[in-house]
Design a protein around this ligand. Structure first.
Ligand code: HEC
Ligand code: HEC
Ligand code: HEC
Ligand code: HEC
Ligand code: HEC
Length: 313
C-alpha cells in the first residue's frame, strides 16, 4: 500500500489549492474534513461490521468538543491511509491530572461521534448483485473502500463494474427512486430531478444507472433478470461442487469486468467525465465541484484498479 500513502500535509496542501470557499473551519486546520465531511463514507471491518467515517461539520462544531482540533485527540493520524487510526488520546488538552475532569475508565468511546454521522442503513435494491453482495461491498482496499462504499448511494453497481465493450449506445440516467433507510440524517438525491414530479421524500434515494439502446429501445443494464436464480444459488450452494459453483459465478458475472475495471475515480471526477452532470440535472456549481474534486491527488494517482483473478476464462 505504500505507493498510495500520502502525508496529511500533502493532502492539506492539495486542499488549500483546490478549496475555494464554504468549509474553512477553525477546528479543522489539519483538513480532516476534506475527506470526512461526506455522509455515507463507510468502512467495513474484517468481521463485516461497519465503521461510519462521516463527521458532520456543523454538528461537530456544536458538540461539547467542537472547539478542539481533530488531532488533539487523534494524535497518531499522519498519513492516508492512516496508521494507528483507532488510537485516541483524551488527555492532551483535557481529562488530565487530579483536578481536571477525568474520564471514568469504562467511559464508552465507540459512540463518540454518533450524532455527527449519517449513512444508509438499508437500500431496497432488487438487482442480482445485492442477493449475494452486502450493502457495502468494498472491503479489500483501505485507501478507497470508504469512498467506493459511499457511491452505493449515488450510482448502481453496473455504472462502475460493467463490461462496457459488450454494449452499444450507453447512456447514464436516473433510475427510479429506491426505498432507503438512513442512520442519522437523510442525504443524497432523494428524487429524480429530471422528472420533477416528486417531492423530496425522506425515505428514498435516487441513483444514476446505465442504459443501453437495443432495437431502438432504452434498456436498463441493472441486472434484475438473474435475481431469482441468484437466490436459488444462495440456497443451494452448500450442496454444489466447487466446479459447479465457479461455473455459476462465472454466469452471474458474465457482464461484469474482472481483473481490471474501466471506471476509475477520474473517469467521473474530471472534465472528461463519462457522466454529463448538467444533463443529469446537477446545478452548475455542484457539477463543477464533482468534476474538480478536491481529492485530486488521490483521484488521479489512483487510476487503474486491478482485481485479484477469481474467475478464469
Ligand atoms: C484523503 C482523505 C482523508 C483525510 C485527509 C483524512 N482521512 Fe481519516 N480516513 C480516511 C479514510 C478513507 C478512512 C477509512 C480507511 C479504511 O477504510 O480503513 C479514514 C479513517 C479514519 C479513522 C478511523 C476509523 C477506523 O475505525 O478505522 C479516523 C479516526 C480518522 N480517519 C480520522 C482522521 C483525522 C483526525 C484526520 C485529520 C488529521 C483525517 N482522518 C484525515 C480518509 C481521510
Ligand atoms: C475530544 C476528542 C476527539 C476529537 C476532538 C475528535 N475525535 Fe474523532 N473520535 C474520538 C473518539 C473517542 C472516537 C472513538 C474511538 C473508538 O471507537 O475507540 C473517535 C472516532 C473517530 C472516527 C472513527 C469513526 C467512529 O465514529 O468511531 C473518525 C473518522 C473520527 N473520530 C474523526 C474525527 C474528526 C474528523 C475530528 C475533527 C473534526 C475528530 N474526530 C475529533 C475522539 C475525538
Ligand atoms: C450468486 C451470487 C453472486 C451474484 C448474483 C453476484 N455476485 Fe459478485 N461475487 C460473488 C462471489 C462469491 C464473488 C467472489 C469474491 C467474494 O467472495 O467476494 C464475487 C465477486 C465479485 C467481484 C470481484 C471480481 C474480481 O475480479 O475480484 C465483483 C466486482 C462483483 N462480484 C460484482 C458483482 C456485480 C456488479 C453483480 C451484479 C451484476 C454481482 N457481483 C453478482 C457472488 C455473486
Ligand atoms: C464508484 C464505482 C463503484 C461502484 C458504484 C461499485 N463499485 Fe465495486 N469496486 C469498484 C472498484 C474501483 C473496485 C476495486 C477496488 C480495489 O482497488 O481493490 C471495486 C471492487 C469490488 C469488489 C471486490 C472486493 C472488494 O472488497 O473490493 C466487489 C465484490 C465489488 N466491487 C462489488 C460491487 C457491488 C456489488 C456494487 C453495487 C452494490 C459495487 N461494487 C459498486 C468500484 C465501484
Ligand atoms: C461512475 C462514476 C463515479 C466514479 C467512478 C467515482 N465517482 Fe465519486 N461521485 C460520483 C457521483 C455521481 C457523485 C455525486 C452524487 C450526488 O451528489 O448525487 C460522486 C460524489 C463523490 C464525492 C462527493 C462530492 C461532493 O461534493 O458531494 C466524492 C468525495 C467522491 N465522489 C469521490 C470519489 C473517489 C475518491 C472516487 C474513486 C475511488 C470516485 N468518487 C469515483 C460518481 C463517481
Amino acid at each position: 500500500m505504500s505507493k498510495f500513502s500520502y502525508s496529511v500535509a500533502t493532502i492539506v496542501s492539495i486542499f488549500a489549492i483546490f478549496f475555494s470557499g464554504g468549509l474553512c473551519l477553525a477546528f479543522d486546520e489539519s483538513g480532516c474534513l476534506t475527506c470526512h465531511q461526506y455522509p455515507g463514507l463507510v468502512s467495513i471491518n474484517k468481521d463485516h461490521t461497519l465503521t461510519a467515517l462521516h463527521i458532520d461539520a456543523k454538528r461537530y462544531a456544536a458538540s461539547a468538543h467542537g472547539r478542539f482540533q481533530c488531532i488533539s485527540c487523534h494524535t497518531t493520524i499522519e498519513k492516508v491511509p492512516h496508521t494507528g487510526n483507532r488510537y485516541v488520546d483524551c488527555s492532551t488538552v483535557c481529562h488530565q491530572g487530579k483536578d481536571a475532569k477525568r474520564l471514568p475508565s469504562d467511559y464508552p468511546l465507540s459512540d463518540f461521534h454518533k450524532t455527527e454521522q449519517s449513512f444508509i442503513s438499508r437500500l431496497e435494491d432488487k438487482t442480482s448483485c445485492r442477493v449475494c453482495h452486502r450493502l457495502y461491498p468494498h472491503q479489500a482496499n483501505n485507501l478507497v473502500r470508504g469512498f467506493l462504499n459511499m457511491h452505493i448511494g449515488f450510482v448502481t453497481c453496473e455504472v462502475c463494474h460493467l463490461k462496457k465493450k459488450k454494449f452499444n449506445g450507453m447512456t447514464y440516467q436516473w433510475h427510479d427512486s429506491e426505498n432507503a433507510r438512513f442512520s442519522g440524517e437523510p442525504f443524497g438525491t432523494f428524487f429524480n430531478p429530471a422528472s420533477r414530479k416528486t417531492k423530496k421524500p425522506m425515505n428514498f434515494i435516487s441513483r444514476i444507472a446505465i442504459y443501453a439502446t437495443k432495437d431502438g429501445k432504452r434498456q436498463s443494464l441493472a441486472n434484475t433478470r438473474d435475481t431469482a436464480a441468484a437466490s436459488t444459488f444462495e440456497r443451494k450452494q452448500l450442496a454444489m461442487t466447487d466446479k459447479e459453483k465457479t461455473e455459476r459465478l462465472r454466469f452471474f458475472h458474465r457482464d461484469i469486468e474482472k481483473k481490471e475495471i474501466s471506471v476509475a475515480c477520474d473517469q467521473c471526477h474530471s472534465t472528461h467525465s463519462i457522466l454529463d452532470y448538467a444533463k443529469l440535472g446537477f446545478d452548475p456549481k455542484k457539477a463543477s465541484q464533482l468534476k474538480n474534486l478536491y481529492l485530486k491527488g488521490l483521484v488521479t494517482k489512483y487510476k487503474t484498479f486491478y482485481f485479484p483473478q477469481l474467475f478464469n476464462n
